[in-house]
Design a protein around this ligand. Structure first.
Ligand code: HSE
Length: 425
C-alpha cells in the first residue's frame, strides 16, 4: 500500500467535497488502487470560517509555503479559483517537484504555458480534469480514448449557470433579468454573474478543450465571446416556432490549418442531442474522423461532481510512473502555421422590425442577395409598435458577408433587432 501525502490550496465548496469523498470512499480506493491519500495541510483564508465540521482545525494554515514548500507533501490540490495567487502557488509547487491537481480553468487557460513549462522542467505532474465540465471525463476522453481520431469539431454546453437560465427562459417565456435574479436567489448564479453570463467561463474551458482536441494551443484571447445578457425572450420564442432551441455554445472547429473558436448564444435544431440538455447539466458533442459523432453528458459543477474529477485525477497521477504532458508546443500564442478565422460559416437567424410599406422586403432581400446570402425561411409577424416583425433564417453564409448585409439593411425603415447563429443541421 502506497501513501501519498496531500496538501489543499483552498477549502471551499470543492475542497470540502474532495475531503468528504476521500473520507467516505477512501476505503474502497485503498482496496482497489492500493493507494492511501493522507491529507496533511489545508490552506485557507480564514481558519475560523464555518466549513465542514469534519475538517480538523489542526490541518488548517494561512501560509501557502506550509504546503508548496513542505518536502513531505507530494501532491497539491488547487481549489482557490481565479488567476492569482493560484497560478503562483501552483508554479511553486511544480518547481518543488510536486504533482498538482487543479480545478481552476481560469488559471490554466491563461497560464497553461507557464504551468506546463514548470511541470516539464521539474518533472512534476499537472492534472486538470476538474477544470472543464466537472464530473464529465472530457479531458481524459479527448487525450486518451480519442487519440486515434482527428477531432474536427466540438460544440459544448460547458456552463451550467447559463444553461439553467436559458432553459427557464425557454420553458417559461420569462425575461433574462427575472430568471437571473431567481437563479441568484437560489444560489445557482453568483452574486456577480459576469464570468458565467458573459461567456468568460465557457471561453476558458473552450481554450483548454480545443487545445487538447486540435493538438495546438488555442489561447483564450483568440476566442470570440458573446454572452447571454442581451438574449431576448422574443427570439427564444420565435426560434422555438421555427424548430430551434437556444443554447450558449462553446464551438471549435478545425479545417486544415484554420481554426474557428467561439462562444455565443446559438440556435440548434430541436432534435439535435444538445437541445435536450437542460437545466444546469453540461454536454460536449464532438466529431472525430473515425469515431464520428459523440456526446458526453453530465454534471459540470457542484461539490461532489467536481470532487469526482479531482479524486479521479489523484488516482490517475498516483498510477503513473512518469507524468504525462501534452506534446504540442505550448506557448501563449497560436502555433506557427495555424490561423484563427472570424469568418466562420453557418446559418443565421435574423429578426428585423420594419415599416410596413411597399419596397421594404425588396430592400432586405437585395441587401442579402448582394452578399450572396440566400434565405431559407422567412416569416412576417403582426406589427409591434406599428413596425412589422420579420424573422428569417439564412442558408449557410459567411459571418463577414452576413455582417455586411446587416449594416446595409439597417436603415430608417428597417432596424436589425437581433442576429443569432444557427448550428448543428
Ligand atoms: N460557474 C460554472 C458553471 C461552474 O456555471 O457551469 C464552474 O465552472
Amino acid at each position: 500500500m502506497r501513501t501519498i501525502t496531500v496538501g489543499f490550496l483552498g477549502c471551499g465548496n470543492i475542497g470540502c467535497g474532495v475531503w468528504k469523498l476521500l473520507n467516505e470512499f477512501g476505503e474502497d480506493i485503498r482496496h482497489r488502487a492500493e493507494v492511501r491519500f493522507d491529507i496533511k495541510r489545508i490552506l485557507v483564508r480564514d481558519i475560523h470560517k464555518k466549513r465542514d465540521e469534519t475538517v480538523p482545525e489542526a490541518l488548517l494554515t494561512t501560509d501557502p509555503a506550509a504546503i508548496t514548500d513542505d518536502p513531505a507533501i507530494e501532491m497539491v490540490l488547487e481549489f482557490m479559483g481565479g488567476e492569482e495567487p493560484a497560478t503562483q502557488y501552483m508554479l511553486r509547487a511544480l518547481e518543488m517537484g510536486k504533482t498538482v491537481v487543479t480545478a481552476n480553468k481560469m488559471a490554466l487557460a491563461l497560464n497553461w504555458h507557464l504551468l506546463q513549462a514548470a511541470a516539464e522542467k521539474h518533472r512534476s505532474g499537472l492534472y486538470y480534469e476538474a477544470a472543464v465540465c466537472g464530473a464529465i471525463p472530457v479531458i481524459r476522453t479527448t487525450i486518451d480514448s480519442l487519440q486515434s481520431n482527428r477531432i474536427e469539431a466540438m460544440m459544448g454546453i460547458v456552463n451550467g449557470t447559463t444553461n439553467y437560465i436559458l432553459t427557464r427562459m425557454s420553458q417559461e417565456g420569462s425575461a433574462y433579468a427575472d430568471v437571473l435574479k431567481e437563479a441568484q436567489r437560489l444560489g445557482l448564479a453568483e452574486p456577480d454573474p459576469t464570468s458565467d453570463v458573459e461567456g468568460f467561463d465557457a471561453a476558458y474551458k473552450l481554450s483548454i478543450l480545443s487545445s487538447l482536441a486540435f493538438h495546438a494551443r488555442v489561447p483564450f484571447d483568440v476566442i470570440y465571446r458573446q454572452g447571454i445578457s442581451q438574449v431576448n425572450a422574443a427570439d427564444i420564442a420565435y426560434g422555438k416556432e421555427l424548430g430551434y432551441t437556444m443554447k450558449l455554445l462553446a464551438i471549435a472547429k478545425r479545417q486544415g490549418n484554420v481554426i474557428d473558436a467561439r462562444v455565443h448564444p446559438t440556435f440548434i435544431p430541436n432534435d439535435h442531442p444538445l437541445a435536450s440538455v437542460n437545466g444546469s447539466f453540461n454536454a460536449i458533442f464532438l466529431h472525430g474522423h473515425a469515431c464520428d459523432d459523440m456526446m458526453l453528458f453530465g454534471r459540470g459543477a457542484g461539490s461532489a461532481p467536481t470532487a469526482s474529477a479531482v479524486v479521479s485525477d489523484m488516482l490517475y497521477a498516483a498510477s503513473r510512473e512518469t507524468p504525462r504532458h501534452p506534446t504540442f508546443h505550448n506557448e501563449n500564442a497560436l502555433a506557427p502555421g495555424l490561423r484563427v478565422t472570424d469568418d466562420w460559416h453557418c446559418s443565421f437567424y435574423i429578426r428585423l422590425s420594419a415599416s410596413d410599406r411597399p419596397g421594404v422586403m425588396a430592400h432586405i432581400t437585395a441587401c442579402l442577395g448582394n452578399e450572396g446570402i440566400s434565405i431559407r425561411n422567412l416569416v412576417q409577424r403582426d406589427a409591434v409598435a406599428s413596425r412589422a416583425q420579420i424573422v428569417l433564417i439564412t442558408h449557410d453564409a459567411g459571418e463577414r458577408s452576413l455582417r455586411q448585409a446587416l449594416s446595409a439593411i439597417d436603415s430608417p425603415d428597417v432596424r436589425v433587432e437581433s442576429m443569432i447563429r444557427v448550428e448543428g443541421k
